[in-house]
Design a protein. Structure first.
Length: 95
């Protein structure tokens, strides 16, 4: 079973290192925010998510809210990515 970050990396084409890295390119940020969203749905705290992704908890709150807002306005790209991620068998933690 792959981890959430590995699945999002596979679907978005952004490497795990880039998702957890410091770069702020739009594609990296989108993948990172998707990770934050799914980790939060899995019950992790913002502090825990921040620790996993090398981010502060306010950044994680913003990332979660950003994806939530895109879902609310029915952003087609975001909904398609979420559908693809939900179709995969994923784990929060590395096996």
């Amino acid at each position: 079973m792959k981890t959430t970050v590995e699945i999002i990396s596979e679907i978005t084409g952004v490497s795990v290192n880039d998702i957890c890295g410091l770069k702020r390119d739009a594609s990296f940020v989108e993948a990172r925010q998707l990770c934050i969203y799914f980790y939060r749905l899995d019950g992790l705290t913002y502090n825990s998510i921040g620790y996993c992704l090398n981010r502060t908890h306010p950044t994680c709150i913003h990332g979660y809210n950003k994806i939530s807002d895109l879902i609310f306005v029915k952003d087609k790209r975001t909904l398609e990515l979420i559908k693809l991620i939900n179709e995969k068998d994923r784990s929060v933690f590395v096996q």
